[in-house]
Design a protein. Structure first.
Length: 281
């Protein structure tokens, strides 16, 4: 996979992530900018790009499976009473420009386009900050504005009839290892206990690394987490968990997720402490 433009995020002078703005991808993968590889400060990769199990999983980014029936997630579309179906309904996120671009972050404007027209205009802010000599934080905010003349709504396979599949929004496809990663929140352990539920923070712990995801606004914390560990390692938010999210003309939805990227296997206390440091005003 090639691209004609990318930018490198750095923390304390070290490269920790590459952001690809104009990937050359087939339409069925819903082409969109993404971060990959993202690494710990020691250099361990904690993302995957287009893995064999889900070719449309592209590192870290923003992906939504249903914007008024258009697929900005990639792959098949879940159709009620029919199941996952190949449809010619894929959209793409198109980089317009960087309003700001520094070694530790950027502000970007994007167009969400499908069927020849622009549905959403996005402003995406990404910042990388050192927390300790073994951990840094990736702060990602996205705002989606309906630029059409009519109402739009955001859905998910769950709102279209597939229980437990309310993915859509921020999504992080993590590194797949021989052992299944552990997942926990402040009060629960395991995929079955944390998936589909809101939590102030959620940790995914691999062999030599830990990712700790935290909603950094009240609205973001209300969204349940979408979690996979057994089938593949991935964590995302759920913009449309039980009902479609309406977006009237000119209205904007905003979410902010801060992710701690740490070397080592953090316990609950260490994960919570780093989240407090990362999200503090």
């Amino acid at each position: 996979m090639t691209s004609n433009e990318s930018t490198v995020l750095r923390v304390a002078g070290r490269p920790v992530g590459r952001y690809v703005t104009r990937p050359e991808l087939p339409a069925r993968l819903s082409p969109r900018p993404y971060l990959h590889p993202v690494t710990t400060l020691a250099g361990t990769a904690v993302t995957e790009l287009a893995p064999a199990d889900h070719a449309h999983h592209l590192g870290v980014g923003v992906a939504v499976p249903d914007v008024e029936g258009f697929n900005f997630w990639g792959g098949r579309t879940y159709v009620r009473d029919q199941g996952p179906t190949e449809l010619d309904n894929h959209g793409s996120q198109r980089h317009i420009a960087f309003q700001l671009r520094d070694p530790d972050g950027f502000v970007e404007e994007l167009r969400w386009v499908a069927a020849g027209g622009e549905l959403l205009r996005e402003r995406r802010t990404v910042a990388a900050a050192e927390l300790t000599d073994q951990a840094w934080a990736l702060d990602l905010t996205f705002s989606l504005t309906n630029v059409t003349k009519g109402p739009l709504s955001i859905g998910s396979p769950a709102t279209n009839g597939r229980p437990g599949a309310a993915y859509g929004g921020f999504f992080w496809r993590a590194r797949k290892e021989a052992s299944v990663p552990e997942v926990f929140t402040a009060g629960a352990d395991g995929e079955g206990e944390v998936h589909g539920r809101p939590a102030d923070w959620l940790a995914l712990r691999g062999g030599t690394w830990t990712l700790v995801f935290a909603g950094a606004t009240e609205q973001t914390r209300r969204d349940p987490w979408f979690v996979r560990t057994g089938e593949y390692p991935g964590v995302g938010s759920s913009l449309a968990h039980e009902e479609r999210l309406p977006l009237p003309p000119g209205e904007t939805v905003v979410r902010r997720v801060v992710t701690v990227v740490a070397d080592g296997r953090l316990d609950r206390d260490a994960a919570a402490a780093l989240v407090r440091k990362a999200v503090s005003p």
